[in-house]
Ligand binder design. Structure first.
Ligand SMILES: Nc1ncnc2c1ncn2[C@@H]1O[C@H](COP(=O)(O)OP(=O)(O)O)[C@@H](O)[C@H]1O
Ligand SMILES: [Mg+2]
Length: 430
């Protein structure tokens, strides 16, 4: 492949991992990241662009002869940046806004799954003017827990798992009154509680077919043993002992391909990463939700395992050519990511703490940046809730966990917090 200039959108740990993988691609020309972070500066050039201003993004793409735009986070996808670039003949990796509704609207995803028999829990939808009916449904419900979800993007704050009637009523009231949620919960989804082991499966799609990259488990809660508040994610590991290659193929046949076919049949072909949040129940895998991009921090453990050129994969996705490439993944090793956060996160935390002890990048150890910045003296300081992602590779899950924590022990900043049990739920299954 000729070399290609790439524009990457985003600024988190996921985007540093993407920038790192793009930089390692044999086909990379110039790499620009907007806005990027101090970590992505090692991989390419950080540039300031208002990504909500699609015309400005297009002007940048034309001026810099960008051959591929890669969108990290969900919001710009839902806002339609891929549609806009496609209309102007520019290659952009990720779904159109219509297809990104699989993540942007939980009710849309549920309706598609129901229509095309993709396994998911039973559910009921309520429109905004049907709150009384929702209240009556809660009142009459007899099996607990029950799951209530606001419909739109709610940054992980729109899902309530209610153990009893009182909690469900409280959740309903909260959703109706919280201004952010009441905007998000234009519709309300009430669904069956699924029991089992939760696992995420990442597939790349080209509108017509799909290839599974890898499975992973994340750690959403702030506290050890999955306790405390929800966060953006405190760590991840991959692959998981929950799913072997046969189970992944079964998920591809029962969930991923039927969804790709369903979206094509609906006239909104799905391209890009399809992130399947699954519950492994006694009835088999059931979909909890779809996301329309890589997870953060799951991306940080998946990309290092990728043995095929990432740009080649992304171009095949954009141009409907996945059938022509053979995607190779390292399934022999294990990858662990420990997130280092600022004390207080996900609530209030301080910024501007000097960071020291980041080890050199090697084949089996990477430190991806999330919330960092250079201060006026050029020192690296904390600048967010999640600060760094320490990613290790080893032959066993246990070794990869140890290796990650060894590296963590050298890094320090004032108020550094991390979970000490990343990967422990995987170890239990060996
Ligand atoms: N039907 C369900 N049964 C059991 N647990 C669920 C169910 N739906 C969601 N959850 C739990 O709640 C978490 C958040 O729900 P999810 O639909 O992924 O919303 P979001 O990621 O948008 O906040 C899931 O990761 C899962 O642990
Ligand atoms: Mg989720």
């Amino acid at each position: 492949m000729e070399s290609i200039n790439v524009l990457l959108i985003g600024s988190g740990g996921r985007e540093h991992a993407l920038a790192w993988a793009l930089r390692n691609s044999p086909s990379i020309g110039k790499l620009f990241i907007t806005p990027g972070n101090p970590g992505t500066e090692f991989c390419g050039e950080n540039v300031e662009l208002d990504i909500r201003d699609h015309e400005a993004v297009l002007a940048f793409i034309e001026a810099n002869e960008i051959g591929l735009t890669v969108v990290g986070p969900e919001q710009p996808l839902v806002d339609g940046i891929v549609d806009f670039l496609e209309t102007h003949g520019k290659a952009a990796f990720g779904p159109t806004s219509g297809a990104a509704r699989l993540e942007g609207s939980k009710s849309f995803a549920k309706e598609i799954m129901q229509k095309y028999n993709v396994p998911t829990g039973n559910f009921r939808l309520f429109e905004r003017n049907e709150w009384a009916a929702a209240e009556a449904f809660v009142e009459d419900n007899e099996t607990w827990p029950m799951v209530l979800k606001a419909d739109g993007l709610a940054a992980g704050k729109g899902v309530f798992i209610s153990k009893n009637k009182a909690e469900a009523k409280e959740a309903l009231e909260y959703m109706q009154n919280d201004p952010a949620l009441s905007a998000a919960s234009y519709r309300l989804v009430i669904e069956e509680y699924l029991e089992g082991e939760e696992v995420s499966v990442f597939a790349v799609c080209d509108g017509d077919t799909a290839t599974i990259l890898m499975d992973a488990q994340d750690h959403k809660r702030i506290g050890e043993g999955d306790t405390g508040l929800n966060t953006g994610g405190m760590g991840a590991y991959a692959p998981t002992p929950v799913l072997d290659q046969d189970a992944l193929e079964d998920i591809r046949q029962r969930i991923v391909l039927p969804m790709v076919d369903a979206m094509a049949a609906e006239g909104i072909p799905y391209k890009g990463i399809l992130y399947c949040g699954l519950m492994m129940t006694t009835k088999g895998p059931q979909v909890i939700e779809f996301n329309c991009r890589f997870g953060d921090p799951e991306c940080q453990v998946i990309l290092p395992a990728l043995e095929t050129d990432l740009i080649e994969i992304m171009m095949a996705s954009v141009y409907g050519k996945l059938d022509y490439i053979d995607i190779k993944i390292d399934t022999e090793s294990y990858y662990t990511c420990v997130v280092l956060a600022s004390e207080g996160y996900p609530r209030k935390y301080e910024k501007g703490k000097a960071i020291t002890g980041i080890p050199a990048d090697s084949d089996n150890l990477h430190v991806f940046h999330s919330g960092t910045k250079k201060d006026d003296d050029g020192r690296l300081v904390t600048n967010g809730g999640r600060v760094l992602n320490v990613v290790s590779k080893a032959d066993t899950l246990s070794d990869s966990i140890h290796k990650a924590y060894d590296a963590v022990s050298n890094i320090s900043f004032d108020g550094m917090y991390y979970r000490k049990d990343i990967g422990a739920k995987g170890l239990k299954r060996f």
